[in-house]
Design a protein around this ligand. Structure first.
Ligand SMILES: [Zn+2]
Ligand SMILES: [Zn+2]
Length: 90
């Protein structure tokens, strides 16, 4: 059998492939790489609260940090508190 060392495309470590076409030294590297690619695919956007550029970790992320998100949540809550719906809605 021709055992040729390959280099992991993620961490660069050399390894002996167990399967043909194996490009990662371990499942961990494969998952890391896949995760990184997903993150890279997300375009950077800006925070709805402070306007700072950031890269969302999740697609629906609208704020750069938990602080900004909390601030906005509090703000919305305050608005809802100030706003009293008319009684004759029903
Ligand atoms: Zn690796
Ligand atoms: Zn922010």
């Amino acid at each position: 059998m021709d055992k040729k060392n390959l280099f992991c495309v993620h961490c660069g470590k050399d390894f002996i492939p167990k399967r043909r076409n194996q490009t990662y030294c371990s499942a961990k590297c494969r998952d890391r790489r896949r995760y990184k690619r997903q993150v890279d695919q997300l375009a950077s956007t800006f925070c709805l609260q402070c306007g700072k550029d950031f890269k969302p970790v999740r697609k629906w992320q609208k704020f750069c940090s938990r602080d900004c998100q909390n601030f906005c949540n509090n703000f919305i809550e305050e608005l809802l508190n100030i706003y009293t719906p008319p009684d004759d809605l029903e």
